[in-house]
Design a protein around this ligand. Sequence first.
Ligand SMILES: [Zn+2]
Length: 193
Amino acid sequence: MTRQPSSGRIEVVCGCMYSGKTEELIRRMRQVEIARQPFRIFTPRLDTRYGSNLVASHTGRKLEAVPVSSIAEILDNVEDVQVVAIDELHFLADSPEAILEGCQQMADHGLRVVVAGLDQNYRAEPFPAMAALLAAADQVDKLFAICVRCGAYATRSQRLIDGRAAPANAPTIVVGGLDLYEARCRVCYEAAR
Ligand SMILES: [Zn+2]
């Protein structure tokens, strides 16, 4: 295995719901697979939308993934790989400091670390662990979706309850798809109250 300290890096793919983050993570890992670099994809155990042993984009592309509950579990399981991918990082329950420290540690040991996740919660506030990683990353790609209301570029995730904006005191993490979330632009986004 060719893992050199200089090849260590952190890449962050972020954006709102339906911006294609997982699709992009899968694209990068397919390239790694073709290059025969050993890699492993991790996914927080909380995200069970597509079955726990797979990462899948909304368009249906899939790769095998290892479900984990903590960054420590990831650190214990990367000895034999060159590339690490973490999907839906915002679902990891560890402190932002622990997640940042873990990713830095892997990159410092020569691993290419590719992380995908929501940059903002449904209240349009930063997810703290993602905010920290965005600052520390060697490469950042912020993707956008298309606003379902007006067709402009969307950067926010609107959570809906019975078709209306979810209240500000709702839980920050609720796993869901088209029934629960819409991509909206800055103008069409309705603030949680
Ligand atoms: Zn709009």
